[in-house]
Design a protein around this ligand. Structure first.
Ligand code: KIV
Ligand code: NA
Length: 277
C-alpha cells in the first residue's frame, strides 16, 4: 500500500471511495491496524478514557498526547497519523493553538492534528493550514465540551442546531480543514452535510453510512473491555474474553507446573553442573 497523504484522502472523497480510520495509542496496535490496511490512524484524546482510566477526555495533557503519538508513529508505515489536540491546548489563544499543534508535528512525526469546534476555531484552522499543519475538524458531539453540552447525546436534532452544524462544516472547509469528524449526528443530517461539502471529507462516528468515511475507537471495535458501549459501535471481536481465558489458562498451567515445558527451557551441560560445589 502506498503511504496515505492528505491528497489521497481528498482524492478518495472525489471518487466516492470510503475512507477508513481507527484509533491507536501504542506501537503494537499501530503495527496491526497499519498491516490491516487502514487509511488513517487517530491518536484520539479518547486515550484519556480508554488507556489512562480518566472519566473523560478533559484531563488529557499535551505530554500524554505526545508520548502516545510517538509510539504510534513508530509502529506505522503507510497510514496517515492524526493526533488530537487535548482540551485547553488551543482554546485560550491562537498562539497556544499554533504552538501546541507545532509541538505535535515536530515532536511526534504525525502528519495532521484534530481539534474540536465549529466557527469558533476557524481562524485557528486557517492559521494552522497556512503554516503547513493539516487539520481534521470535529463537530457534532464534541467530548471536550461535555460539561457545556450536558452529557453525551445526539447533536443537531433541532432546526437551529442542524443549521449550525451545516454552517460550521462549511466554515471549517473554507478555513482549510481536509477532513471533519461528525460525531453522534442523525444519519440524514450527516449525509446532507457531506453532500454540501466540496473538498472536506466527513468521517462519521455515530453518523450513519452517508459520510465519506468512518472512524471507531480500536478498543470498542475489538471488544477489549467490558462495560458500556455506545449504540454506534460495532464489535468485530471479543478480545476481552480471549484475554481473560488466555490468562486463566496461563494461571492454571503455572499452578500445575505444566508451564514452562521443555521447549520453553534453556539447557546446560551436565558436566558443568557436576563441577559445582
Ligand atoms: O478521541 C477520539 O477517539 C475521537 C474519535 C472518537 C473521533 O475523537
Ligand atoms: Na477526540
Amino acid at each position: 500500500k502506498k503511504p496515505v497523504t492528505i491528497t489521497t484522502i481528498k482524492d478518495m472523497k472525489q471518487k466516492g471511495e470510503p475512507i477508513t480510520m481507527i484509533t491507536a495509542y501504542d506501537v503494537a496496535m499501530a503495527r496491526n491496524v497499519n498491516e490491516a490496511g487502514i487509511d488513517m490512524i487517530l491518536v484520539g484524546d479518547s486515550l484519556g478514557n480508554v488507556i489512562l482510566g480518566y472519566q473523560s477526555t478533559i484531563p488529557v495533557t499535551m505530554e500524554e498526547m505526545i508520548h502516545h503519538t510517538k509510539a504510534v508513529v513508530r509502529g506505522n508505515s503507510t497510514a496517515l497519523v492524526v493526533a488530537d489536540m487535548p482540551f485547553m491546548s488551543y482554546q485560550a489563544s491562537l498562539t497556544d493553538g499554533l504552538y501546541n499543534a507545532g509541538r505535535l508535528l515536530k515532536e511526534t512525526g504525525c502528519t495532521a492534528v484534530k481539534l474540536e469546534g465549529g466557527q469558533e476555531v476557524c481562524e485557528l484552522v486557517h492559521k494552522l493550514t497556512t503554516a503547513g499543519i493539516p487539520v481534521v475538524a470535529h463537530i457534532g458531539l464534541t467530548p471536550q465540551s461535555v460539561n457545556q453540552l450536558g452529557g453525551f447525546k445526539v447533536q443537531g436534532k433541532e432546526v437551529a442546531a442542524a443549521q449550525q452544524l451545516l454552517a460550521d462544516a462549511k466554515a471549517l472547509e473554507a478555513a482549510g480543514a481536509f477532513a471533519c469528524v461528525l460525531e453522534c449526528v442523525p444519519a440524514a443530517l450527516a449525509k446532507k452535510v457531506t453532500d454540501e461539502l466540496i473538498t472536506m471529507a466527513t468521517i462519521g462516528i455515530g453518523a450513519g453510512n452517508g459520510c465519506d468515511g468512518q472512524v471507531l475507537v480500536c478498543n470498542d471495535l475489538l471488544g477489549i473491555s467490558t462495560g458500556f458501549t455506545p449504540k454506534f459501535v460495532k464489535q468485530y471481536a471479543n478480545l476481552h474474553d480471549i484475554t481473560v481465558n488466555a490468562v486463566k489458562d496461563y494461571i492454571k498451567d503455572v499452578k500445575e507446573r505444566s508451564f514452562p515445558a521443555p521447549e520453553h527451557t534453556f539447557k546446560i551441560d551436565d558436566s558443568v553442573l557436576e563441577k559445582l560445589y
